[in-house]
Write a protein that binds this ligand. Structure first.
Ligand code: AMP
Length: 396
């Protein structure tokens, strides 16, 4: 149970409530291509509006190095206004909490919504420097964090600001994310299976280590699997390989054995000579990958092994694709896993990022128990770390 104040513990009528959301949405120019993160923030926003709060929303978008029109949150204000069916005032203020923003806040009535400009327009944001934290706090009575996807970063708008407001709480999205991921890691219904994929072992070192102490089965696919295949003593040709992680992979294989975890690695792989979709590809066993080939997806035998391992699972956590799923020809492994998850009679949790995108793209989104809005944050959670943006909130 999360021992932090939540928005049901707050008296919000007439109060200025700064809500840190995660509106870091994918954009094509000024068009939002996926508004899942905006939708996910609605329960908290609606609850605070209904309570008569004055909502000042903030978020980062992308990685601007200062004010940059390409990263404005203006399109988010427009989309949010449509979703809420009420005006959302966009405070177009390059200083984020400068004169324009202060004027917009001063003009608010109960139930009004203002969206501030991209918090990363302020250089202090990602350094968690006091001036901007104080600036954010100066326009609010209460701070609410609902940005799960940003809570693993100690920035002004996630952590610093909490020092200068009198009250703070977590929002509904934050609570939901922590409930699903937290329960899965600390008290899973068994068998508990974790599936890890994606490009690099080095991004997931602490996750693998932590999960080996918790799961019944750990499945490793994607680009990171080739370092494990190398650790088994096989050649991987030109596949992704982190030579400096081979020793670590050997240790993890030994650890899995020692703690009795069923560690499943690919036994066959789709290989190509050229890294592109429209090229000749075939299946090779993982102990016979040709020297001039690149492994780009799990093979058919592996698909069967991995999906069979999911059949009796009661809790599944998945992070990272099984292959280069952006290329249609090499998406089969990722699709097979996504499909197998739809048949799991238990809790299925997708840890954000590419796996969440794949599941949604395939139309399986509503068949999963929970799709996390935060890739990086959910990984840190799976590492067993506390999220700074949650730690900073008032205890119950
Ligand atoms: P990550 O951000 O670590 O979850 O990695 C996701 C990326 O891993 C995707 O862009 C995939 O294309 C890539 N990926 C998955 N499998 C492979 C592979 N066998 N070779 C190269 N890249 C891969």
């Amino acid at each position: 149970m999360l021992n932090k104040r939540n928005i049901d513990d707050l008296q919000v009528k007439g109060k200025r409530i700064l809500v840190r959301c995660d509106f870091n949405v994918p954009m094509d120019g000024s068009k939002i291509t996926d508004d899942v993160r905006i939708q996910a923030a609605l329960p908290t926003i609606k609850k605070l509006i209904a309570g008569g709060g004055r909502l000042i929303l903030c978020s980062h978008l992308g990685k601007p190095k200062g004010p940059d029109a390409q990263f404005t949150l203006a399109p988010v204000a427009e989309r949010l206004s449509q979703l809420l069916d009420k005006p959302v005032v966009f405070a177009a203020d390059d200083a984020v909490v400068g004169e324009k923003a202060c004027a917009a806040v001063a003009a608010m009535a109960d139930g009004d919504v203002v969206l501030l400009e991209n918090t990363r327009f302020r250089k202090e944001e990602s350094k968690n420097e006091e001036a901007f934290s104080r600036g954010l706090a100066s326009i609010a009575d209460i701070f609410v964090i609902d940005a799960f996807g940003s809570a693993h970063r100690a920035h002004c708008s996630t952590v610093g600001v909490t020092q200068f407001v009198t009250e703070s709480a977590v929002g509904y999205l934050m609570e939901k994310e922590i409930a699903f991921l937290g329960n899965a890691v600390s008290s899973p219904v068994r068998p508990f299976v974790a599936i890890l994929g994606g490009a690099k072992v080095s991004d997931k070192i602490a996750v693998i280590d932590n999960l080996l102490g918790k799961v019944d089965t750990l499945i490793i696919g994607g680009g990171m699997a080739y370092t494990f295949i190398a650790a088994q003593g096989h050649e991987v040709g030109k596949s992704l390989l982190e030579t400096d992680r081979i020793e670590y992979a050997k240790e993890m294989i030994a650890k899995a054995k020692a703690v009795g975890v069923n560690l499943l690695l690919p036994v066959d792989t789709l290989v190509v000579r050229e890294f592109k979709n429209d090229t000749e590809f075939w299946t090779a066993d993982c102990d016979a990958i040709p020297a001039d080939c690149i492994g780009v997806d799990i093979g058919e035998k592996t698909r069967k092994i991995f999906t069979d391992a999911l059949k009796d699972a009661k809790t599944v956590v998945w992070n990272g694709p099984m292959g280069v799923f952006e290329f249609e020809n090499f998406a089969k492994g990722t699709i097979a896993v996504a499909e197998a998850l739809t048949n799991v009679d238990g809790t299925t949790i997708i840890g954000g990022g590419d796996s969440a995108a794949a599941v949604n793209l395939l139309g399986f989104g509503d068949k999963m128990s929970h799709i996390s809005t935060g890739g990086g944050a959910s990984l840190e959670f799976l590492e067993g770390k506390e999220l700074p943006g949650v730690v900073a909130i008032d205890d119950k």
